[in-house]
Design a protein around this ligand. Sequence first.
Ligand code: ATP
Length: 353
Amino acid sequence: MTCISIEGITKRFGQTTAVNGVDLKIESGDLFFLLGPSGCGKTTLLRMLAGFIEPSSGRIRFNDKDVTTLPPNRRNTGMVFQSYALWPHMTVAENVAYGLRVRKVDAATRKARVSRALEAVQMDPYAQRRPNQLSGGQQQRVALARALVIEPEVLLLDEPLSNLDAKLRLEMRQEIRRLCKESEITTVYVTHDQEEALSMADRMAVLKDGSLQQLGPPQTLYRQPKTRFVAEFLGETNLLPASVGSREGSKVRLETVVGDVLANASGDDLPDGGNITCSIRPESFRWSGSDAALPLKGQVQEVVFLGDVTQAVVGFEGGHSIRTISLNQGKRPECGEEACLFVEPQDVVILND
Ligand code: ATP
């Protein structure tokens, strides 16, 4: 079992700082995601873990071992690329056996380990086919088997599902998670797909311009984003300018541009009368609430029926609007009617910037 420590890692390419002073600890056995938009530095960070790129500064440790300058073949990592990178002239079994052959594993052990790895990804019936006789999803399974067969300390996955169609991507998400958890290998997975990360990760890091924005389990990052960037990157949200009003016990009244709401205030770190931005997810709004709660009163401007849910835009005085989303049960909002919306304090998130 291997934990990974990334300590103050920076990588510069000429004038570009691809990764900027990132500190991270990845616990052993974790399925850990590096998530962010194109160009945020996630692939560069993954390639530094693999040893393909040497950092400009900082250290990388696998448990207590400093691997910062170790070449890839001395790190015991398995890597799966977006393009699969299978050898076209070799059969599936030969592709999977390749890493064992390089490591001079004897023929009998090799055969047994290859067949175990192919079974794990349900590709044993295809052992004698060549990659061009397989679908994209099957090729990706072989690439996974090839990475897992060497029993790596750390598994590195670089956008492994981006070449697959939407249905297969969904299937493979759970498949990869099952394989990683069963084999208990510490896994680092790079993606720009927030849904992939939210649905698979034990913990994840959101990167922007080479810097770490926030780190934590998917639910925490989704429900308690610290910044506007994280709130918007992980799904849809309403960003509402507000000023801080009176304190009410453990809560604080926020005077937002669409009306007053209560938020759970942590400590005394809010500026009195200061201006802040709060984030409220569309699904957090309720169309009815208790008398004690603060109602937001507006008018329904737009309704989109999407089968299981309905999206609505509610307009307020001053031209402000919010987006809501609700399950289609009971009465649905209708265009032009008065809207009275409620939101629970725990769903009102005060952002740092
Ligand atoms: P994508 O999702 O598009 O793959 P990414 O988040 O993985 O993006 P990186 O590939 O790590 O981003 O690139 C981070 C920054 O570093 C980008 O601005 C990129 O242009 C730059 N960069 C990456 N590799 C090199 C290189 N070898 N030489 C110069 N600049 C590079």
